[in-house]
Design a protein around this ligand. Structure first.
Ligand SMILES: Nc1nc2c(c(=O)[nH]1)N[C@H]1C(S)=C(S)[C@@H](COP(=O)(O)OP(=O)(O)OC[C@H]3O[C@@H](n4cnc5c(=O)[nH]c(N)nc54)[C@H](O)[C@@H]3O)O[C@H]1N2
Ligand SMILES: Nc1nc2c(c(=O)[nH]1)N[C@H]1C(S)=C(S)[C@@H](COP(=O)(O)OP(=O)(O)OC[C@H]3O[C@@H](n4cnc5c(=O)[nH]c(N)nc54)[C@H](O)[C@@H]3O)O[C@H]1N2
Ligand SMILES: [Mo]
Length: 777
């Protein structure tokens, strides 16, 4: 397809092969060469997820026995390659580039400069970052923190790569300092899961382990793109498919990796160009339609049970489970009976026959696992959607039984562990009580700000110091223009980071960049190599040892930096921060002392493969208010901002999902291809249904600007996207994050969880009049 694109290599070319296979191998070689990974660091790739190696920083998908063989993963190799790169961002680099000039570069170009090497402080006189001693940097943070009228004027962000040790020390420091302001990447990610599941099954975590994957006979995959985001999960799916498990993908897009997969580990598949078919059934709701879809399936399951009762046939519901373990079933069933079908069909975008078919598949399953990702968590109705899924699973006792259960698939490799050890802006009383007891201090009890609340508070001056343990706050957050105003309104912004990103350039009046050791690197404290611990998506906690030489001699571990800042701010109170940071086993002892479930932490984590962090619901123990698994009535809303926008603009209105390409890790862009979706050499594309293109009077290959429709009168736009005809439900469009984040209104969040609605943004498209932006922008 020809287009007015300034990158001559940009093209759209549908992908017709299976996922992974040789294409993945090729990408790996490209990554290694592009990053100029030094030869000695190649060994890193073979130590990924090995017993004596490090936990892959790629994603939170678990490993079999923490891997007895090298598990090949394109995503993992890329994540490691960008960390093991030989490129460096030195003080000379900063001297040569003003912040203003760096802001002109794309996110791709910024991270391409390589690893940060020394602590740097912003100098307004020259508009550059200049080296600063570690001790002076800690002192600067401490001065700012001590100067605030209230500790609640500071916010402490976490991105989910931090280890349990760093995250635990961080939350302890922040709570002793006096606030629960813990905005966290998970607020934008699986927060709807973490807030939804406690209301139904008591715990916001997976109720299954990999062993259950071996025993299930039916798998539902909701809103997830594993070929790109959790490639190691494809290996498990392939095994399931070969065993004859019925795999159903519920996704508006027919993602390639859910169709066919060539296992790079299988010489036969690789040599014969063979592949395994993954999903047997595709169900394609419209964006945000899963709640109605699930409610329809539940309604049908109930109808089928009524019929069985009439006919004296075996029950369809697991009546024993419901009687013994559940509460609220009557009200739930009554609501299902009252629910009109036409509303479910209209809101889900799925025909009644198809919903009924899905119910039959569900009923046939004796052991069903449901997994989900961002396709379920980033909508206004995400919490009721996830609760509806939980209801449905409970109807047939598919929780806390071998081969069955709930499996939220997490993103960042330790995002789940961070929450477990206390990164939580709404801590429970029990958690704080234990912490208070263990360290003899009175932690703050007021709930703190999440991500969206933090941005609001920065904008109106209630937050003036912002510290980030990793991540890229300026780009990962919604409503980019307003987020940047917030960051620039701060007195101090501090980033602990491995690589340069835009958050370092959109800074407060004073600003620090503190370079950290990555997880692949050897972390020596007091002459002893330290291991750090992480928790994966199925609650396995294990230890990870870096093996590469650090990218620079000046780097410090996240744990050491947190301890340094804590010491400068609080002195050796209530713990000797510096002593703790010299021996991570002591931090694990402190965790064991103060966080429930970590008893004998050091001993348990030293067993091969680590240990499973107990999940009560897996044992059919329900940590809910009623001490039962709770059915929750979930009402389908019909007057949301999206409905109102649809009424106002009719067929002109599109619902936008912002999603990941194959060549990115969140805000880190590795390359400009999205090979399974057929996009090459570019990122500013928007996928639209053929009929919608026609109705709107557009043709594929034309350029459009996107405008959000929101009721606050603010213009939010993202310009110049190439129209690509795509197999996507009518009225829905898709484009990449973070380019589209300016379109997500700050106050458009999921009910209860506060997660930005990144997968359902009401927008209009207008033909672009300006010239296309340069390639990598
Ligand atoms: N290579 C790579 N790996 C990653 C990441 C990365 O950026 N790159 N990010 C990591 C992180 S932090 C996370 S959270 C995960 C994210 O991994 P995913 O959860 O797979 O996230 P997305 O890429 O945003 O894809 C969301 C999927 O949901 C579908 N979807 C969108 N809206 C709906 C809907 O309304 N209903 C349904 N049923 N489906 C919908 C989309 O079509 C898409 O297939 O991956 C982690 N792993
Ligand atoms: N529109 C839209 N927005 C989204 C999403 C979406 O689907 N759509 N997804 C959301 C999701 S699921 C998530 S999780 C967030 C992600 O939000 P973040 O976690 O804030 O973003 P990342 O892009 O993962 O952060 C990348 C940066 O982390 C730093 N880094 C990498 N490794 C390390 C390390 O080991 N230590 C430290 N200290 N720093 C490190 C590097 O400097 C790198 O530039 O984005 C959210 N935003
Ligand atoms: Mo995430």
């Amino acid at each position: 397809m020809s287009s007015r694109n300034s990158n001559p290599n940009a093209r759209i070319e549908p992908y017709t092969h299976a996922a992974a296979g040789w294409g993945a191998i090729k990408q790996v070689v490209i990554s290694l060469v592009k990053e100029r990974v030094p030869g000695e660091n190649y060994k890193t790739l073979f130590k990924q997820n090995q017993r004596d190696g490090f936990d892959c920083p790629g994603c939170a998908w678990p490993d079999r026995e923490h891997a007895s063989t090298f598990e090949f993963c394109e995503n993992g190799v890329k994540a490691v390659a960008v960390e093991a790169t030989s490129k460096r961002v030195t003080p000379d680099f900063f001297a040569e580039h003003t912040v203003t000039s760096l802001l002109e570069e794309s996110d791709y170009e910024l991270e391409e400069h390589g690893r940060l090497t020394e602590p740097m402080a912003y100098d307004p006189a020259t508009d550059t970052y200049k080296p600063i001693a570690w001790s002076a940097a800690y002192e600067l943070v401490a001065q700012h923190l001590k100067r605030l009228a209230s500790p609640d004027e500071a916010a402490f962000y976490t991105s989910g790569r931090a280890s349990n040790e760093a995250a635990f020390l961080y939350q302890l420091f922040v709570r002793v300092y006096g606030t629960n302001n813990f905005p966290d990447c998970s607020n934008m990610c699986h927060e709807s899961t973490s807030r939804g599941l406690p209301g139904t099954v008591g715990v916001g975590k997976a109720t299954v382990t990999l062993d259950d994957m071996e025993r299930c006979d039916t798998l539902f995959l909701f809103g997830q793109n594993p070929a790109t985001n959790h490639p190691r999960m494809l290996g498990e799916l392939r095994e399931c498919a070969r065993r004859g498990v019925t795999i159903v993908a519920i996704n508006p897009l027919r993602e390639r990796g859910l169709e066919r997969f060539t296992n790079p580990q299988s010489p036969i598949e690789m040599m014969t160009m063979g592949s395994t078919r993954i999903a047997s059934v595709f169900v394609r709701p419209k964006l945000g339609g899963d709640q109605a879809l699930l409610k329809g399936v539940a309604k049908r399951v109930l109808e089928r049970d009524d019929i069985a009762l009439l006919e004296g046939a075996p029950r369809v519901l697991d009546a024993d489970f419901i009687a013994e373990h559940c509460s609220g079933f009557e009200a739930f069933a009554e609501d299902l009976r009252r629910q009109p079908w036409d509303e479910l069909v209209a809101e889900s975008g799925v025909a009644r026959e198809e919903i009924e078919h899905l119910a039959e598949i569900y009923i046939r399953g004796k052991a069903v696992i449901s997994t989900w990702g961002m396709g379920l968590t980033q909508h206004k109705n995400s919490v009721p959607t996830i609760q509806m899924l939980s209801n449905l699973m409970m109807m047939r006792g598919n929780i806390g039984r071998p081969g069955a259960g709930l499996l939220p698939v997490r993103g960042h490799s330790n995002v789940q562990g961070n929450r477990t050890v206390g990164i939580e802006n709404q801590p429970s009383k029990a958690f704080l009580d234990r912490l208070a007891n263990a360290f003899a201090f009175e932690p703050p009890r007021r709930h703190g700000f999440d991500v969206v609340e933090t941005i609001g508070a920065m904008r109106d001056g209630r937050i003036s110091v912002f510290l980030a343990l990793g991540g890229n706050f300026a780009m990962a957050t919604p409503d980019t223009e307003r987020t940047w105003e917030g960051l620039r309104n701060c007195d101090l912004t501090v980033h602990l980071a491995t690589k340069l990103n835009r958050s370092h350039l959109v800074h407060g009046r004073e600003a620090l960049i503190l370079p950290v050791l990555g997880r692949t690197e050897i972390d020596v404290q007091d002459g002893v190599a330290q291991g750090v611990t992480v928790e994966d998506s199925v609650c396995m906690v294990h230890i990870s040892y870096g093996i590469n030489k650090p990218a620079s001699e000046h780097l410090r571990s996240e744990t050491a930096i947190v301890a340094g800042i804590a010491h400068a701010t609080l002195g050796a109170r209530p713990v000797d921060w510096l002593a703790l940071s010299r021996d991570y086993a002591c931090i694990r002892d402190a965790i064991a002392l103060s966080v429930e479930g970590f008893e004998n932490y050091n001993a348990r984590v030293s067993t091969p493969g680590g240990f499973h962090f107990g999940v009560a619901s897996r044992e059919r123990v329900w940590e809910t208010e009623t001490r039962k698994a709770q059915f929750v009535v979930s009402t389908i809303e019909s007057d949301t901002p999206l409905h109102r926008a649809r009424r106002k603009y009719g067929e002109q209105l599109m619902v936008l999902m912002t999603t990941r390409s194959h060549d990115q890790y969140n805000t880190t862009v590795y390359g400009l291809n999205d090979r399974y979706r057929g996009v090459f050499g570019q990122r500013r594309v928007v996928f639209v249904h053929r009929e919608d293109l026609k109705v709107l009077g557009f043709a594929a290959g034309e350029w459009v600007d996107l405008f959000s429709v929101w009721e606050d009168g603010i213009e939010r736009r993202a310009d110049r996207f190439l129209l690509v005809e795509y197999d996507i439900p009518r009225g829905c469009i898709a484009a990449y994050y973070p380019e589209t984040n300016p379109l997500v209104p700050l106050d458009s969040v999921a009910d209860v969880s506060g997660t930005p609605t990144s997968k359902s943004v009401p927008v209009l498209m207008r033909r672009s009049v300006a010239l296309p932006v340069p390639m990598a922008a």
